[in-house]
Design a protein around this ligand. Sequence first.
Ligand code: NAI
Length: 248
Amino acid sequence: MSNEKRVAVITGGASGIGRETSLIFAKKGDRVIVADYNEAGGKETVALIEKNGGEAAFIQVDVSNYESVEALVEQTVLQYGRIDVMFNNAGIGLPTPVAALDWDAYHRVIDVNQHGVAYGIIAASKKMRELGIKGVIINTASVFGFLASAGSFAYHATKGAVIMMSKSAALELAQYDIRVVAVAPGVVDTPIIQGYKDLGMADEMAHKVMGGKLTQPEAVAKTVYLVSLEEAEAINGSVVMADQGYAS
Ligand code: NAI
C-alpha cells in the first residue's frame, strides 16, 4: 500500500460497535467516514474523533436503500479520494416471532441487516475495483447467524445470510485482491440489547460469555481493526468470532 492514509467507511457509526470502531480506526491514523441515518449520533462520533486529533466526516445513509449506499461510496471518494475499508455494520434487532408475525418488522430487518450488507459489498467492491484498490470489506454477522433463539427468526436469517454472502463474495473478489470477512460478535453491551436488559435477561446472557461479563463494543471494534490490517491477508471468506466464547 502507498503511504497515503487509509480511508474507512463505517456504517452504524453513530452508536455501539460502529462508534467504537470509528474511534479506533481514527486513533490508528485512518480517515473515517462515519455513516448512519442517525445524524446527531454520527456527528457526535465525528466530534469525539476530532477531539482526539483524528480525521473524520459524517455522511448520512440509509443502508436499506441501494442508491443511498452508492451515494455514500461516491461521496467518500469525492471527499477523501479513495476507499480502503468498508465496514457494513448498521443493523437492527426487531423481534419477529413466527406465531405473531408483523410483516413490516420482518421486511425491515431483512432490508437493513441483509440487503444493507449486500448493497455495501456491491457498491464498495465496484469502487475499489474501479480505483484498483486492494481493499477489505468487513460485515457484522453474529453468533446468531448459526445459533438459534426463539422469537427473532428473521434476525437469524439475516445474520446467516451475512455469513454466506461474505464467503461467496470473498471467493469472487479474491482475483481483484479485495478481501471479504464476517465478524461475529456474541452479546455486546450496546443499545440494541436494551430490550433484553429491560426484561432482566442480560445477566443470564452474560453467563455464557467467558469471564461472565457482556462483551464491550470496544473489544469487537479492536477485532474489526485487526481484520482490516494487511497482516491479516490470510483471513478471507472467514467468520472471525468476537464473542468471548459465547458460541463455544
Ligand atoms: P446499535 O443500535 O448501538 O447501533 C446500530 C447502528 O445502526 C445505529 O447507530 C443505527 O442508527 C444504525 N442503523 C440502523 N439502521 C440503519 C439504516 N437503515 N441505515 C443506516 N444506519 C442504520 O447496535 P450495535 O450493537 O452496535 O449493532 C451493530 C451491529 O452489530 C448490528 O449489525 C447488530 O446486528 C450486530 N450485532 C450486535 C450484537 C449485540 O449484542 N449488540 C451481537 C451481534 C451482532
